[in-house]
Design a protein around this ligand. Structure first.
Ligand code: CO
Length: 139
C-alpha cells in the first residue's frame, strides 16, 4: 500500500451552512462541492485549499452516523482521509496485520472515491478513511 497524502479532514457540524461561512467567507477557501452521500448518511460541503480539503459533514436522514457522533462527542474532527494508490491492496494488507476495519470491503463515498474506514482503536484515537480516486487503478 502506498499513502499518497492527506486527501481531506472531515469535521462534524450541527449546522452545515453556518460552519461553511467560516471556511468560505472568513478564510476564503474555494467551495468545491456539496453532496448528499446517502450510503454514509451524510451531507457534505467540501472546501479545497489546493493542498488538501476540508470536508464539513452534517447528518442526513434517520440513524445517520453523524447524529451518533455529535451526541457522543459534539462537533469537531470526525475523521481524516488518506489517499491510497490501491484500496483493494490496502484492505488486504491491513487485514493481514489485524487492523480493525469498519467495513469489510470498499464502497463508493463522496466524489466517487472508493473508500474504507479504519477503527479509531487501531489508529491512536481518530477514525481514518482510506480513499482511492476514481480511475487511478485503470492505468
Ligand atoms: Co471523508
Amino acid at each position: 500500500m502506498k499513502i499518497l497524502g492527506i486527501e481531506h479532514i472531515a469535521i462534524a457540524t450541527e449546522d452545515l451552512q453556518r460552519a461553511a461561512l467560516f471556511w468560505r467567507e472568513v478564510l476564503g477557501i474555494e467551495h468545491r462541492a456539496g453532496e448528499e452521500v446517502e450510503s454514509e448518511g451524510v451531507l457534505t460541503n467540501i472546501f479545497d485549499t489546493g493542498k488538501g480539503k476540508v470536508e464539513l459533514l452534517s447528518e442526513l436522514g434517520e440513524g445517520s452516523p453523524i447524529t451518533k457522533f455529535l451526541d457522543k462527542r459534539g462537533p469537531g474532527i470526525h475523521h481524516i482521509c488518506l489517499e491510497v494508490d490501491n484500496i483493494k491492496e490496502a484492505i488486504c494488507e491491513l487485514k493481514n496485520v489485524d487492523v480493525e476495519l469498519i467495513n469489510d470491503t470498499s464502497k463508493i463515498g463522496a466524489e466517487g472515491h472508493r473508500i474504507v474506514f479504519i477503527h479509531p482503536r487501531s489508529t491512536g484515537g481518530v477514525l481514518v478513511e482510506l480513499a482511492e480516486k476514481p480511475g487511478s487503478d485503470e492505468t
